[in-house]
Structure formats: structure tokens, C-alpha cells
Ligand binder design. Structure first.
Ligand code: PLP
Length: 318
């Protein structure tokens, strides 16, 4: 079995991406991986030399830092603004002669931010001017409620500088099947395929055939349902008095709990212990004082979870 995946799936993905984003991807540039996670890990393994710096925008998904460190790179954290959007000038100011790559994630986990096209264009210019790579984690690209998804790979010349990460985990709710993929410039795709063949080999083939079938599914009903949940949770959290940026994409709310507890980890531990409601502390994303709440749950679970959250902040027992 080819380590990089079954040809039928690689061909279908290349065709799909070429038609959505307007640039031409060959099936040989597509590598099927064990989820988006392995796609990012293998990309870093293929491009980094020890000590190379990788810019990570914060708040950031928890695995980026660890994956850079595991590949002997140096994470360089650059904070985003109050709307969780990056400042291109700040990114530029953090580039050194060791900077190899920048990781972007839109729609974003944990903030729900969706980067507008003009911002992505400015980031693309930085990438091209400095001959960097951009690892563009687009695993939530089908879950957008306000605005639209633009891939940085679609700007001129950017297909040579972008490693696009995607996965069936979020778009088709297939997390346990472990099928992700990346699209990369040919030389990087070839290097990644070699690393895969000497480590994990291919993703199990039944999952790959299932993913090929899943590509034929119209997932708009998922978007509609997530949208309904997003609007419901927005109303409930506002009623409780939380202030936050309504997520434009993905399926998380990220909000400040510091007025209830100075330590976000203690806040979520107590919420779990007393109310049996789980959230992730902001510290995990390099954003202390905040918490991340997922709305990838049924409406009835969300209703109950929010009722318990309300009791918790009001000091009542559920
Ligand atoms: C931003 C982001 N990237 C990548 C992944 C990886 O997902 P998977 O390995 O299941 O495809 C996740 C999963 O939570 C994520 O939130």
C-alpha cells in the first residue's frame, strides 16, 4: 500500500481543492495522514532544521507548540489583537534569519476567529518576502457562520509556500476514523511520503475508502445545525453576563472568567467537580483568564450544560 494514501482518495482531494481554491493541485501533492495532527507533525519534521523558529499566533491550539518542540524547532509566540486577529506588522517584527515557518489556523481553535481575505493577503506578502512556509491549518473551513473561508494558498505564488492541512475529523465528524490530509509543494510532499513510509506507513485503508465516500456527502445540514447551536449559546452566555467575541467559525466559545476566579484552571476544575461540566482552561492555549467551551454537543446537552454553568457562577448546586 502506498504510504501517502490510496490514489483514488488523493485524486479526489486534489480535484476538490483545485476546483474550490482555483489553483492546480496534483494528486501526488496530496498526502493522507492519521488526522490533521499527523499532517502538521510530518510537515514540521520535513521542513525544520534544529533551532529553526516557527511563529505561532496566540491564543493557539495546544499541539502546535509541542509539535514544534518535538521536531527541535523554536516556537515564537505572537499574540493576536482583541478580536483574535493577527497584526501583520507584529509578525514582521518577530521574523529573524532563523524563521522557517508560520502556523495559521482560520477558522480558529480556540477563538472561532475567521481571518478576512485582506488580512490573509498581507500575511501572504510577509511569507513571500521572507521566503517562509505557511502551515495553514484549515480543519474547520466548512464550519463558518459569518464571513467566508479563504485559503492563503489561493493567493498568487502561495501554492509554492503553503502546506494546507485538512481533516475529515471536523468537516464530516469522523474524528475516530483518523483520516486527515495535507496538500504541499511537490518536494515537501515527497519528503513527507518518505517519512511516513519509514514510520507509520499508510492510514488504515478501510478509513480511507470511507473518507472517499464521505467526500460525496453534502454536509450543509451540519453547518445549519452548528449555526443554530452557536446562536443559542451566544444568547445564553450573554444572558449570564459574559462578554465575548461571537465565534465566526469552528465550534468553540472563548471567554473571560477572571471575574469569577483569578485562575482559569481552578475555575474549570471546580466546574467539573461540582457541576460535571467540562471546559478547557485558557492557559492551555496561552490565554490565562479565559476558558474554551465546545458546542459540538446536542442541543439538550448544551441546554443542560449551560444551566449548570449558570448555577455555578451564581454559587448554586445543580
Ligand atoms: C486546530 C486543529 N488542528 C488540527 C486538529 C487535528 O484534528 P485531527 O487530528 O482529529 O484531524 C484539531 C483537533 O482538535 C484542531 O482543533
Amino acid at each position: 500500500m502506498p504510504a501517502a494514501g490510496i490514489w483514488e482518495l488523493r485524486e479526489a482531494i486534489a480535484f476538490r481543492y483545485s476546483s474550490i481554491f482555483g489553483n492546480r493541485w496534483e494528486p501526488s501533492q496530496v498526502i493522507v495522514t492519521n488526522g490533521g495532527k499527523q499532517a502538521i507533525y510530518l510537515t514540521l519534521k520535513a521542513i525544520l532544521d534544529p533551532g529553526d523558529e516557527v511563529i505561532i499566533l496566540t491564543p493557539a491550539w495546544v499541539s502546535y507548540e509541542s509539535q514544534v518542540l518535538l521536531n527541535r524547532g523554536e516556537p515564537v509566540f505572537v499574540p493576536t489583537n482583541e478580536k483574535f486577529l493577527p497584526d501583520p506588522d507584529l509578525i514582521r517584527s518577530r521574523i529573524t534569519d532563523r524563521t522557517k515557518a508560520l502556523i495559521i489556523n482560520s477558522p480558529n481553535n480556540p477563538t472561532g476567529a475567521v481571518y478576512p481575505a485582506e488580512l490573509l493577503k498581507e500575511i501572504a506578502e510577509i511569507v513571500l518576502d521572507n521566503r517562509l512556509y505557511v502551515i495553514s491549518d484549515e480543519v474547520y473551513r466548512t464550519l463558518i457562520y459569518d464571513g467566508e473561508h479563504v485559503s492563503i494558498s489561493s493567493f498568487q505564488e502561495m501554492d509554492k509556500r503553503t502546506i494546507l492541512i485538512d481533516s475529515f475529523s471536523k468537516s464530516h465528524a469522523m474524528t475516530g476514523w483518523r483520516v486527515g490530509f495535507l496538500l504541499a509543494p511537490s518536494h515537501i510532499a515527497q519528503a513527507i511520503s518518505k517519512i511516513m513510509s519509514h514510520t507509520t506507513g499508510n492510514v488504515n485503508t478501510p478509513s480511507q475508502w470511507a473518507a472517499l465516500k464521505a467526500l460525496e456527502t453534502d454536509t450543509r445540514y451540519m453547518l445549519e445545525e452548528f449555526h443554530r447551536r452557536r446562536d443559542f449559546v451566544t444568547r445564553e452566555l450573554q444572558d449570564m453576563g459574559f462578554t465575548f467575541h461571537k465565534p465566526a467559525g469552528a465550534f468553540y466559545f472563548f471567554f473571560d472568567v477572571s471575574k469569577y476566579c483569578p485562575d482559569d484552571t481552578i475555575f474549570v476544575e471546580e466546574l467539573l467537580k461540582k457541576q460535571k461540566v467540562a471546559m478547557v482552561p485558557g492557559q492551555a492555549f496561552k490565554a490565562p483568564g479565559m476558558v474554551r467551551m465546545s458546542f459540538a454537543a446536542s442541543m439538550s446537552d448544551l441546554e443542560e450544560g449551560l444551566r449548570r454553568l449558570k448555577n455555578h457562577i451564581n454559587g448554586e448546586v445543580s
